[in-house]
Design a protein around this ligand. Structure first.
Ligand code: GLP
Length: 241
């Protein structure tokens, strides 16, 4: 794991955007794995600015999002479909058909998970996967568990995660308790991984991810096994290292 510590959220967003931009410039047909949560919002903003300045275009880029809440429609303002449109896709020239996000309203969830895995494989695999990290060390929605879940699957969300994500909803009762998420193998299959962490509430998870043992109790620790992971943490998130 290559750790880069930067001063603050702004510096983190710029550095992450530069890495993603260089990926796209070097390979215009890049397959990107994308993340939601508050952490990558600044990165998306920077990429939008670079796009508006004519530095990068997304016309051939294909994206696969990590996860989606189960039960939420694409139009739902709390869905990750909506989030991605609002914070990124509406402001870039990506082709709609090149955007993949799990269908949270799928009736046959197993079929949806298999379809998602197949789409990633058919696209040629993910070149660069962007990740945030939950306070409990989750990546995507791979929650602490007794074993690693390999492929895209339906997850029962931890109460901690539901509480942490309640800030995006009107009340905690509205937070779905399940999600469809890429699995650990899906994430590890990406050629490169870029994980972002900002703020002191991530410091413990970052410490355990980097220094702790590899365990499904801290899902992000599995990234120690990947040969090409860049972690960008601001000083607050890196405080315990
Ligand atoms: N499924 C997402 C994760 O992909 C994200 O990393 C996490 C952290 O969010 P934030 O960046 O807002 O702290 O939130 C959600 O649970």
């Amino acid at each position: 794991m290559q750790l880069q510590v930067v001063k603050d959220y702004d510096a983190l967003s710029k550095k992450a955007a530069h890495i993603l931009a260089s990926q796209i410039i070097l390979k215009p047909k890049s397959i990107l794995g994308l993340a939601t949560g508050s952490t990558p919002i600044g990165t998306y903003r920077e990429l939008i600015n670079m796009h508006k300045e004519g530095m990068i275009n997304f016309s051939e880029v294909v994206t696969f999002n990590l996860d989606e809440y189960y039960g939420l429609d694409v139009q739902d303002q709390q869905s990750y479909h909506y989030f991605m449109n609002q914070h990124f896709f509406n402001d870039i020239d990506i082709v709609k058909e090149n955007i993949y996000i799990p269908n949270g309203k799928a009736v046959d969830v197993d079929a949806e998970c298999q379809r998602y895995e197949k789409s990633i494989k058919e696209a040629g695999g993910i070149d660069l996967q962007l990740l945030g990290i939950g306070q409990n060390g989750h990546i995507g929605f791979n929650e602490p568990d007794v074993k690693f879940e390999a492929s895209t699957h339906l997850v029962n969300l931890d109460l901690d995660t539901i509480k942490a994500n309640a800030r995006f909803f009107d009340s905690i009762d509205e937070v779905p308790d399940q999600a469809i998420s890429m699995g650990v193998k899906t994430i590890l299959s990406s050629k490169k991984i870029l994980l972002l962490a900002s703020g002191k509430n991530k410091a413990e998870a970052i410490y355990k991810m980097v220094k702790g043992k590899i365990t499904p109790k801290l899902p992000a620790s599995v990234l120690q096994l990947h040969p090409d992971v860049v972690v960008i943490a601001d000083e607050a998130a890196a405080a315990l290292l």
